[in-house]
Design a protein around this ligand. Structure first.
Ligand SMILES: [Ca+2]
Length: 139
């Protein structure tokens, strides 16, 4: 959607039953500029959707279930995917299985996420209803 005009730029043209509210967005690969977005159907639907920012459908497969989480894990510019206790790269390779507490020192720095207005507002929003991963206003 064009944020300035409200005009729909691209979307899924087919019918759906119930697209699950726990979709996931993030920049997972530099193969496509910008963010990718992923969602799946629940409650009798069986479709899955993975799109790039240009509206090209990259997959119709169930890649990460209905509630994957986008996370910055290894301090590079792309996010990784948290799914069922595992950190996974976009290409499906496993980064790590999460067991107990971890301390990982990054070799790059980002600003404190709570200093980013969009992220701070997303955290506030996430505490008021269905949880969705906070996003930042920068890449
Ligand atoms: Ca990308």
């Amino acid at each position: 959607m064009d944020a300035k005009t409200g005009k729909i730029i691209w979307g899924y043209e087919g019918s759906t039953v119930h697209v699950h509210g726990q979709a996931m967005i993030g920049d997972f690969t530099d193969e496509y500029p910008g963010i990718e977005c992923y969602a799946g159907e629940a409650k009798g639907g069986d479709k899955f959707f993975l799109y790039n920012a240009q509206g090209e459908r990259l997959s119709d497969k169930n890649l990460w279930g209905l509630s994957p989480r986008a996370v910055w894990w290894d301090a590079d510019d792309q996010k990784e995917i948290y799914h069922q206790g595992n950190i996974i790269e976009y290409d499906g390779s496993e980064v790590m299985k999460i067991e107990g507490k971890l301390l990982i020192v990054a070799d790059s720095k980002k600003i404190c996420l709570m200093q980013n207005h969009l992220y701070r507002m997303s955290v506030a929003d996430a505490t008021m209803g269905y949880y969705n991963s906070p996003q930042v206003g920068f890449k």
